[in-house]
Design a protein around this ligand. Structure first.
Ligand SMILES: NC(=O)C1=CN([C@@H]2O[C@H](COP(=O)(O)OP(=O)(O)OC[C@H]3O[C@@H](n4cnc5c(N)ncnc54)[C@H](O)[C@@H]3O)[C@@H](O)[C@H]2O)C=CC1
Ligand SMILES: O=C(O)C(=O)CO
Length: 385
């Protein structure tokens, strides 16, 4: 039986190129980015939250030049084959993470894969900081307590939590977001940094060293940094650990039962990267056995579901994958994704600078380039500047 015809909203109906967006996205700049280069834009407005592969094949139809998709969708051989068959050659995730995309399959079909780095760095890091504080100071438990009418007055022992000042914050994955988060915890709470990454986080090291010298010049205790040689190093030493690696086969279940056992009994663990970086079943058991251990989670192993038991634990703060959810960031993600597709369809080069701000300027026109194409080299795409 043919898949149900899904509802779509059309912009620039007479456009010569057809671009599908599988979800409505915030703002209008992203639509202008596509219509200004002659695209007809079709936005799927179906209320179903996660579209199936069959749904998307049906939406692609017999003629489709490009697609903007979501991190909840399984972009592999089936979807890239359908897009190729419909004459398409441009795809972009509306996300910086692309673990939902089989990039090799896209390359085999001659299809570019875009993502949206940079525009969500601070927004995501701020949510990780929010989860850190909410978990460390038991904010959600205390809020529930108040709303339940249980407060009978101040007590010396009521909702005692963790002080962050002078403690050690651990980062696993010190890339854009991990570095931004570390800086927030250093500047905001004078925490010392220990990080583990496959690469040296030189900018972070230089910042913490300079900030430490500034504090010392003010007669305050300096902050310091250390690069760990393993994740275990971070987990043993840190009072707070925040996870910001990509999700790939090297980071799947990076936090497991054995590594949780290395952490301090009253540590705080934060995950705003991808759920499968943590063995969530092992985490639930660890939380049950260690009531002073606390977590702040934005992502989950089997989204949209939590592993059994997690939702009942008062030492877990859980939010539904909202780390990049600021107006500016989400509109910017949509704009970068649209620019990735528009640029590929127009044959423009790939932007080689890590600074994507020229694409987000509301006054100046965006460079005639694709902000970020994962398989640019594999597709032999030219680059600029
Ligand atoms: N919860 C949310 O809404 C959001 C989640 N994310 C997630 O955060 C991830 C990171 O984003 P960015 O910081 O922009 O990416 P990035 O590429 O700048 O940083 C990722 C870091 O992970 C490191 N890494 C890779 N394999 C590793 C390993 N085995 N062990 C330790 N480190 C490893 C890389 O060297 C890199 O420094 C994204 O891939 C995405 O999955 C990003 C934005 C929003
Ligand atoms: O950009 C990403 O990887 C996200 O998770 C979206 O917030």
């Amino acid at each position: 039986m043919a898949a149900k015809q899904l509802a779509v909203q059309v912009h620039n109906a007479g456009g010569t190129l057809r671009v599908l967006s599988t979800k409505p996205m915030p703002g209008t700049q992203w639509i202008k980015t596509l219509t200004s280069v002659g695209c007809r834009v079709e936005v799927c407005t179906e209320p179903k939250v996660i579209l199936s592969t069959d749904d998307i094949v049906s939406l692609i139809g017999n003629k489709c030049d490009g697609v903007i998709g979501q991190l909840t969708e399984d972009w592999g051989d089936t979807l890239f084959g359908a897009l190729k068959k419909a004459g398409g050659h441009a795809y972009s995730n509306m996300a910086v993470g692309y673990n939902n995309v089989d990039v090799d399959a896209a390359t085999r079909h001659g299809i570019s894969v875009g993502n949206t780095p940079g525009v969500l760095t601070e927004t995501t890091a701020e949510l990780a900081a929010a989860l850190t504080l909410a978990a460390a100071r038991r904010v959600v438990e205390a809020d529930d307590f108040m709303r339940a009418g249980k407060y009978e007055g101040w007590l010396p022992t009521l909702f005692v939590g963790n002080l962050l000042k002078g403690q050690t914050v651990g980062i696993i994955g010190a890339g854009r977001i991990g570095t931004a988060y570390a800086r927030m915890m250093v500047e905001g709470f004078k925490m010392n940094v220990i990080y583990y990454d496959l690469y040296q986080a030189t900018r972070l090291e230089k910042f913490v060293s300079a900030y430490g010298q500034f504090l010392e010049s003010q007669g305050e205790t300096p902050v310091h940094w250390r690069r760990a040689s393993s994740p275990e190093d971070v987990l043993k030493e840190a009072d707070v650990v925040s996870l910001h690696p990509v999700l790939d086969k090297t980071t799947y279940h990076l936090i497991n039962k054995e590594r949780l056992a290395l952490m301090k009994k009253d540590a705080v663990l934060v995950n705003a990267s991808r759920g499968p970086v943590v063995d969530e079943t092992a985490l639930v058991e660890h939380l049950k056995a260690n009531p002073m251990f606390r977590v702040g989670l934005d992502v989950f192993e089997d989204e949209p579901y939590m592993k059994p038991g997690l939702g009942e634990l008062s030492n877990a703060v859980v939010v539904p994958h909202i780390a990049s959810a600021s107006k500016w960031t989400r509109e910017g993600m949509a704009t970068l994704a649209a620019q990735n597709v528009a640029a590929k369809l127009k044959g423009w080069p790939v932007w080689s600078s890590p600074n994507v701000e020229p694409f987000l300027d509301e006054i100046k026109p965006a460079p005639k380039a694709a902000p970020s194409i994962i398989n640019a080299k594999a597709l032999c795409l030219s680059s600029m500047p």
